[in-house]
Ligand binder design. Structure first.
Ligand SMILES: [Zn+2]
Length: 260
């Protein structure tokens, strides 16, 4: 329970997705990106919650697969970006919208973040950022439908949010992201510390999220394209930060986690 009287839960789904569930003291709850209904239904039943809203960040199946069943069985309202690939929505959201939900009583700002997909959005409110597949801990999403410059602009917007923001990403990729980041910034002490912490958490099957934005700024290479060590490491990309970002993302696409 945080200072807003809200309780945040991390529900594991599919292979490595997280569905975020936020509930208030009255038992009203929302979920973000339910890729399947089962884990949400189980949690609602376990604690006796009633689902009032479903927030979607983008159209990929591992984020929307459980939506229709949950909406049908609970009556929850569906909030989604404008994209015909998300067939069912009660409210279409766009950049700058302020979503005022009544129960739980939260206001979310909508940020449009093209890059991973062209219509990807994030929801920011109550000190929480639900950023789907745009920002991951120590990493960022793949560029399926956007350019490196678009994704960099999207990440710049997220990086400008308050440092205490709790970043709620949609996948548990942190361990492999840290391994890649260490190939870029081997001398980064904050990255070494995060890697040790993440290894310990994963040994116990625990989530490495949420994580504060202030922490991410210290070791996430995709938020650090202007840092001296990243620039030095990507010196062939010159002074163009979008080119540096593109080169970082290209290397990550090719990176394979070492087998230990
Ligand atoms: Zn996705």
């Amino acid at each position: 329970m945080n200072e807003n009287g809200l309780h945040l839960s991390t529900l594991s789904a599919l292979a490595d997705n997280y569905i975020w569930l936020l509930a208030d003291r009255t038992g009203a709850a929302i979920v973000v990106d339910p890729g399947e209904a089962g884990p949400v239904r189980a949690e609602l039943a376990r604690i006796g919650l009633r689902l009032t809203a479903i927030l979607l960040t983008h159209h990929h199946a591992d984020h929307i697969g459980g939506v229709e069943e949950l909406a049908k069985t609970t009556g929850a309202r569906i909030y989604a970006p404008r994209d015909e690939r998300i067939a069912v929505a009660d409210v279409r959201v766009a950049d700058g919208d302020m979503l005022r939900l009544e129960s739980p009583d939260i206001c979310f700002e909508v940020l449009e973040l093209p890059g991973h997909t062209r219509s990807h959005v994030a929801y920011f409110g109550a000190g929480l950022l639900f950023c789907g597949d745009t920002l991951f801990s120590a990493g960022c999403g793949r560029l399926f439908e956007g350019t490196p410059a678009q994704m960099l602009a999207s990440l710049d917007r997220l990086a400008a949010l308050p440092g205490e923001t709790q970043v709620c990403c949609a996948h548990e990729y942190t361990l492999s992201n840290c391994a890649f980041a260490r190939t870029i910034e081997p001398g980064n002490a904050a990255l070494a510390a995060r890697t040790t912490q993440v290894q310990a958490l994963r040994e116990h099957g625990a989530a490495t999220l949420p994580v504060t934005l202030a922490d991410e700024r210290t070791y996430n290479p995709f938020l650090r394209v202007d840092s001296a060590e990243v620039i030095a490491h990507l010196d062939r990309s010159g002074n163009d930060r979008a080119a540096r970002f593109a080169e970082l993302r290209r290397r990550k696409d090719e990176f394979r986690m070492p087998v230990s």
